[in-house]
Design a protein around this ligand. Structure first.
Ligand SMILES: O=C(CO)COP(=O)(O)O
Length: 139
C-alpha cells in the first residue's frame, strides 16, 4: 500500500512517536511524506520514505496529485488545529481530494491507530482492486 505521512510542526513529535510504535507495520509498505515530516521520521526509524517538498512549498499538493490519481491508499495528516498555516488552501485541497476519491485519512492519532490496525489485519485489500482496475488505464 502507498501511505503518506504529513504533520504540522507542533504535531511532528506525535507523528514520530506514532510511526515508531507501528514501524513493524509500515516497513512492509511504500511510504511518502512532506519534506520535513519525512526527515524527522527517517532520523528516528529505519524506514525509507519518499519525501516530497515541504508542505508550505507545495508538498501537500504533490501528495494531492497522487490522491487525484487514486494512487494513495492511506494518509495520516496530523494537522495543527490551533495554528493558522500560510498554505491553508493547499491543505484544504488535499483533504477535499481524499473525500473525492474515498481515501482513508486520519487527522489525529486516535483515528490513525484504528486505521493502522485495520491495515495490519488486511482490511485495505480492496485498495488493490482500485490499483488493478484504474479507469482510463485498464478499462
Ligand atoms: O506543512 C505541512 C503540511 O501542510 C508539513 O510540511 P513539512 O513536513 O515539510 O513540515
Amino acid at each position: 500500500m502507498n501511505i503518506a505521512f504529513i504533520a504540522h510542526d507542533r504535531k511532528k513529535e506525535e507523528m514520530v512517536n506514532f510511526v515508531i510504535a507501528y514501524e513493524h507495520v509500515f516497513e512492509d509498505h511504500k511510504l511518502y511524506s512532506t519534506g520535513t515530516t519525512g526527515t524527522r521520521i527517517m532520523e528516528q526509524t529505519n524506514l525509507s520514505i519518499h519525501r516530497f517538498a515541504s508542505g508550505p512549498l507545495g508538498g501537500d499538493q504533490q501528495i494531492g496529485a497522487l490522491v487525484a490519481d487514486n494512487e494513495m491508499d492511506l494518509i495520516v495528516f496530523l494537522r495543527d488545529p490551533l495554528m493558522a498555516q500560510p498554505h491553508e488552501p493547499d491543505i484544504n485541497a488535499l483533504l477535499r481530494l481524499c473525500d473525492v476519491q474515498g481515501i482513508p485519512l486520519a487527522t489525529n492519532v486516535a483515528t490513525a491507530e484504528i486505521l493502522v490496525k485495520a491495515l495490519d489485519r488486511g482490511d485495505f485489500a480492496w485498495r488493490e482492486l482500485v490499483h488493478k482496475y484504474k479507469p482510463g488505464v485498464d478499462a
